[in-house]
Design a protein around this ligand. Structure first.
Ligand code: PEP
Ligand code: MN
Length: 279
């Protein structure tokens, strides 16, 4: 059932019946194909992101990810390389031909990050940072909007509404798990969000099984479940050597695990009627 406050809003199915397809540099999210966004949680060095980009490209990924401004729980954790990291990510995107996505955490950084990336990511912790949403809404860059740690679907879609109301129709939603009483996984993947969002909104929705589970062992089954539930794609963290990662190593796929994921997704695609859009 559509939440009342969403009826007639820009995000709603009533406002636009057809699915929105977000296109960027030869890649598209929300069309007939599946999107696989892959790359390290954080850009750690030029070599690390180039290696990650080459391996995800070779395995068939659609879009490269890599954080340069990291919103870490502890102020003492690695905070990202900032603009230097964005430059390395952009170089890795150029070399492999993959569009790139990276997180922006401050409204004032939106122009800087937009200079380097194809897609702006707004993370869970900032889902209700309305100044940031409005600023990203003023750019011509698609925005990947992650669900807040404890946000309802209605709050999440209203956050997307801020971006669209500011003038940017290209929003990709990303379910990444929510806080519940369960502690066995880092968060609880809300798979029902996928068909519910599809019913009430025309925006594309992807799933991030890495932040949802916090453990690389669970990423493959959750990714398959997400695609089975109708997600337009998945976003996964991949590190050339997860044991050495400066951020989110436990939930990052090794190169072999990522190849296995791509293999399984490709095997599922005839059943789903949707192949992966490789670059
Ligand atoms: C990330 O994608 O690395 C990230 C910080 O995700 P989230 O905002 O979902 O925690
Ligand atoms: Mn991460």
């Amino acid at each position: 059932m559509a939440a009342k406050t969403l009826v007639g809003r820009l995000v709603s199915r009533e406002h636009k019946r057809e699915d929105t397809v977000v296109s960027v540099r030869g890649a598209s999210v929300g069309g007939p194909g599946l999107t696989v966004i892959a790359g390290p949680c954080a850009v750690e060095s030029r070599e690390q992101v180039l290696e990650a980009a080459r391996l995800v490209k070779a395995a068939g990924a659609t879009i490269l990810r890599g954080g340069a401004f990291k919103p870490r729980t502890s102020p003492y954790s690695f905070q990202g390389l900032g603009e230097e990291g964005l430059a390395y990510l952009a170089e890795a995107g150029e070399e492999t031909g993959l569009p790139v996505v990276s997180e922006v955490i401050e409204a004032s950084d939106v122009p800087l990050v937009s200079d380097y990336v194809d897609i702006l990511q707004i993370g869970s912790r900032n889902m209700q940072n309305y100044a940031l949403l409005r600023r990203a809404g003023k750019t011509n860059r698609p925005v990947l909007l992650k669900r807040g740690l404890a946000a309802t679907l209605e709050e999440w879609l209203l956050a997307a509404e801020y971006i669209m109301d500011a003038g940017n129709p290209a929003v990709i939603l990303c379910e990444r798990g929510i806080r519940t009483y369960e502690t066995a996984t880092r968060n609880t993947l809300d798979l029902a969000a996928v068909p519910v969002v599809k019913a009430i909104s025309h925006l594309p929705i992807i799933v991030d099984p890495c932040h949802a589970s916090g453990d690389s062992a669970y990423v493959l089954p959750l990714a398959k479940a997400a695609l089975g539930a109708g997600a337009d794609g998945v976003m996964v963290e991949v590190h050339p050597c997860p044991g050495e990662a400066l951020c989110d190593g436990e939930q990052s796929l090794s190169p072999a695990q990522f190849r296995e994921l791509m293999d399984q997704v490709n095997k599922m695609s005839p059943v789903l009627g949707r192949g992966v859009v490789s670059q």
